[in-house]
Design a protein around this ligand. Structure first.
Ligand code: CP
Length: 546
């Protein structure tokens, strides 16, 4: 959808996927009495962007031979030492686990949930592998004692005649002080060409006919009250008491993803920044820390700054660097991207540095390599080393981030630089404002403090102004550059609304006369480039022992 796909309806499992699609501005609001009457308010978006179609619970499946159900109680209890070596769960990259973590943050707060996740990891019977069904089979095979899984996976196995030898060993348990109830759901896309049909299909999904199919064939709990369910669901009784409106998960998703994905912590950022400062001051003792290491640069999208600085950084630290010429690589003979990455991984590099137009691709590719994989920009999603460099520049001017008014202005919708900076700067307590034309705004960042459609209003009293390039390569229309500059381009006159000592930043490449005027283009942009090089040296150095 982000790359201009033409889907009318986004149909998916788990609230996380719907929440993230809404945050990225990919969905449109639907005003339907049929949907509102059929779906309880706590299972649909409070602004009508998405709708739950079925319910499911994240339950525990236990081995009856090794676990007495009296020993089971809450999700929290699974972090207790008594379960050491006994817990099975799929990877934390699964949206099912991200939602569960967000649910636990809503219940117990961030710090306690972080500890709980660590406890679960310490109690795992094995490294996470496979999906929920694999965890159930592993419990039956005695590889672990208790699995955390979605209810319909187990209900499907229980309803299969030929699985009796497995199911007789297993029991289902609904955590006692509130089970996590999630949804599958759907939304009409922002650019739907067949909007009326998409809404009609959505309304069909909440009809009695469709709801019974979901329950009886797919073992999912109906979202609509009074629908006949399957024998297995009936046999489990009425444990499905949702304690949290599903849209509340949104408030905790940012922190949940931080825990689940092991995002850079404040400590990581401070350590990388310290190293980067040492590189800037030429104080690093062994500057050839990457001697005999192999670094492969793979830039599927154009780059000047990021590519050159990673190449210079790696070479100056002593690495052997290969920058693969993508235009003459075998990707042009039809080789699949994953196959290409696996092929290069087989040559045993220490790092791959990848830029690609597809948002989220780096996380997918990371599963196929055993070297460090560095995100040099993926679609509209993330540009972490740019954000780290920008953080360093801001600290060098302002000493600290807490309570600074940082205004990010321009093509927010398509900007990976904005997303990475919002995430990072919020971790350090910045007050973040966004300024954009309505068509390029993204309204759903929970980290953002204010949104503005007027540049002069948005930059009032700003400490830092970050301008963004209009990313025409990610747009379908041709907006007027002259009009954009008139309304959103920064010049000396508009800049006078910010604090007198405000700094003006831009990740580059800049388009003079579109987002910035000549008279202020000599701001801290080249310092961002210089600090970008030091940051990339620091990142390569920091990852040596990971
Ligand atoms: N800022 C940035 O990523 O620039 P390049 O596209 O030139 O790498």
């Amino acid at each position: 959808m982000e790359n201009g796909g033409e889907a009318d309806l986004f149909l998916t499992a788990d609230a996380v996927n719907l929440i993230l699609a809404k945050k990225r501005g990919l969905l449109s609001q639907v005003d339907s009495e049929t949907l509102k009457n059929a779906i309880p308010a706590k299972f649909r978006d409070n602004e009508d962007y998405w709708f739950g179609l079925t319910k499911r619970a994240r339950i525990l499946v236990y081995n009856k031979e090794s676990v007495d159900p009296k020993e089971l109680s809450t999700y929290e209890d699974l972090a207790n030492e008594k379960w050491k070596g006994k817990i099975l769960v799929r990877s934390s990259t699964s949206p099912y686990n991200r939602s569960l973590i967000a649910f636990m943050i809503a219940k117990n707060g961030f710090e306690k949930t972080k500890e709980w996740v660590s406890g679960i990891v310490s109690n795992m019977a094995r490294k996470p592998s496979g999906g929920d069904t694999d965890q159930i089979y592993a419990v039956a095979a005695g590889e672990g004692n208790v699995a955390i899984v979605n209810s319909y996976y187990f209900a499907r196995i229980l309803s299969s005649e030929n699985k009796k030898n497995i199911t007789e060993k297993l029991g289902a348990f609904f955590p006692s002080d509130g089970v996590m109830v999630n949804i599958s759901g759907a939304a009409v896309t922002k650019n739907a060409k067949h909007r009326e049909n998409a809404i009609a299909l959505l309304e069909f999904f909440v009809s009695k006919q469709a709801q019974e199919l979901y329950a009886k064939k797919n073992q999912e709990y109906p979202i609509v009250e009074g629908i006949e369910t399957s024998d297995v669901l009936k046999s489990w009784g009425n444990y499905l008491q949702s304690t949290l409106p599903i849209s509340e998960l949104e408030k905790h998703l940012f922190e949940a993803v931080m825990i689940a994905d092991e995002y850079l912590t404040i400590g990581d950022v401070e350590n990388i920044t310290k190293l980067a400062n040492q590189y800037l001051e030429e104080k690093v003792e062994n500057s050839h820390v990457l001697k005999n290491k192999i670094v492969i640069n793979l830039f599927f999208e154009d780059s000047t700054r990021t590519l050159a600085s990673f190449e210079i950084a790696a070479k100056s630290l002593g690495a052997n660097v290969i920058t693969l010429p993508i235009k003459s690589s075998s990707i042009n003979k039809g080789e699949d991207l994953k196959d290409m990455i696996k092929t290069l991984n087989a040559m045993n590099p220490d790092y791959m540095i990848i830029r690609h137009k597809s948002s989220g691709i780096i996380n997918t590719l990371a599963k196929h390599v055993n070297c460090s994989l560095i995100n040099a920009g993926d679609g509209s999603s993330e540009h972490p080393t740019q954000a780290l460099a920008d953080y360093l520049v801001i600290i060098s001017h302002k000493k600290q981030i807490k309570n600074l008014k940082i205004v990010i202005c321009g093509d927010i919708l398509h900007s990976r630089v904005a997303r990475s900076n919002i995430r990072l700067l919020k971790m350090f307590g910045a007050k973040i404002s966004l300024v954009a034309p309505p068509a390029l705004m993204c309204k759903h960042f929970s980290e953002v403090d204010s949104l503005h459609y007027s540049l002069t209003e948005g930059i009032k009293d700003a400490d830092v102004i970050m301008l963004l390039r209009l990313q025409k390569e990610r747009m379908n229309n041709n907006s007027s550059e002259k009009e954009y500059f008139h309304l959103y381009g920064l010049d000396a006159q508009k800049l006078s609304h910010a604090k007198p000592d405000a700094i003006v930043m831009h990740p580059g490449p800049i388009n003079r006369g579109i987002e910035i005027s000549n008279d202020i283009a000599d701001c801290v942009i080249l310092q961002q480039v210089k600090f970008g090089l030091a940051t990339r040296k620091a990142v390569l150095h920091y990852l040596i022992n990971v």
